[in-house]
Design a protein around this ligand. Structure first.
Ligand SMILES: NC(=O)c1ccc[n+]([C@@H]2O[C@H](COP(=O)([O-])OP(=O)(O)OC[C@H]3O[C@@H](n4cnc5c(N)ncnc54)[C@H](OP(=O)(O)O)[C@@H]3O)[C@@H](O)[C@H]2O)c1
Length: 321
């Protein structure tokens, strides 16, 4: 089968397309024919060797964690899905994800039935971003309809899903992005838009109950300033130090939280995200689909930091995707 493999953890250029043998499912796994894989910042971060603690796999390995495809064969200990069933999900770390290949193996607690209304390209855009947005808003943030919610990088993979979840909840939703994405975000349901290139959000936004920080750096510190006392920031790029968390709590009376979708996701969250998609409450937006041979271009584009919605990789050459 075709696969993208990382030969050395020294950059996206170290990814090569190769012909490798098809994996065998273990008793608790399914063999999935990958129709599409989703692109996440995690893909290029790991490919550049930036998160070595997340990998316990010897080189070379196949990256990619978001999958949409069709079950091809079934391990002896699993029975929820049968050959021919369309499924989607996220391989868990630590270890190589394996999504950037014609086939991958996934365990029973990594997959759910693919939402019928989505193409494989769209479904592959959902698992990591959708579960992160859902978990951040509902489980860490406990958002409700009376709240004011500020989503940074609202036009990105996580942000554009979070905007839709928060709008569905009835919250007052504020999103930050560049001006090019204002119409996109208004269409997704933001009540207020802040162009981070022309204004500082802390000068035009206040009394916020929940911030979803998908940018990090000084955006976290500045976000703390716009929260009401008792408010919450869920920050995603990296865990804040305990000293910073304590200072934000003592000086501002706010709670800064981090969670990791890799360790905190579960099949129930994926099924809940799928149910919201089936109900028409949220929908992923895929701005471009790349072929497997253009993987480096896709990862370079993601690393540029300005993708609208999601990028996907199509594996079937336009057949049933
Ligand atoms: N902790 C976890 O479990 C977890 C899970 C998923 C993701 N993450 C992390 O969360 C972050 C976001 O992930 P993602 O997949 O949503 O990323 P992404 O899709 O690459 O985000 C791209 C978006 O960010 C916007 N953006 C860039 N700089 C901005 C700024 N200063 N202010 C506001 N918007 C800005 C861009 O809008 P413009 O083009 O308009 O600039 C673009 O639409 C990444 O650091 C990722 O590693 C963490």
């Amino acid at each position: 089968m075709r696969a993208i493999r990382l030969q050395e953890t020294d950059g996206i250029d170290a990814l090569t397309e190769e012909d490798v043998s098809c994996p065998e499912p273990s008793p608790d796994e399914y063999l999935v024919r990958v129709h599409a894989a989703g692109i996440n910042p995690l893909d290029w971060l790991l490919s550049r060797g930036m998160l070595p603690h997340l990998l316990d796999t010897d080189l070379p390995w196949i990256p990619g964690w978001d999958v949409s495809g069709v079950v091809e064969s079934v391990g002896s200990d699993v029975s929820e899905f049968a050959p021919g069933d369309a499924v989607f999900g996220m391989s868990r770390l630590p270890g190589a994800g394996g999504a950037f290949a014609d086939h991958t193996t996934m365990s029973a607690d990594e997959i759910a039935a693919k939402p019928e209304g989505l193409s494989h390209h769209e479904a592959a855009a959902v698992p990591m971003a959708g579960q992160t947005a859902f978990h951040a808003l509902y489980e860490e943030g406990d958002v409700d309809s009376a709240e004011r919610v500020l989503v940074h990088a609202a036009s990105g993979g996580v942000g554009h899903m979070a905007i839709q979840f928060a709008e569905h909840t009835g919250a007052h939703v504020i999103g930050t992005a560049s001006g090019d994405n204002e119409a996109f975000l208004r269409e997704l349901g933001v009540d207020e838009f802040v162009n981070y290139r022309s204004e500082r959000f802390e000068e035009v936004v206040d009394d916020v109950d929940l911030v979803l920080d998908a940018v990090g750096g000084d955006v976290l510190e500045r976000s703390v300033e716009v929260l009401r006392s008792g408010g919450i920031v869920v920050t995603l790029p990296e865990p804040p130090s305990q000293a910073a968390v304590d200072r934000y709590h003592d000086e501002y009376g706010v709670d800064v939280r981090f969670f990791d979708v890799i360790t905190d996701s579960d099949p129930e969250t994926l099924r809940q995200v799928a149910a919201h998609i089936d109900a028409g409450v949220v929908a992923p937006r895929v701005s471009d689909v790349y072929s497997l041979s253009k993987m480096q271009d896709a990862l370079d584009r993601s690393a540029g930091g300005h993708v609208r919605g999601k990028l996907a990789v199509g594996l079937t050459g336009g057949v049933d995707d």
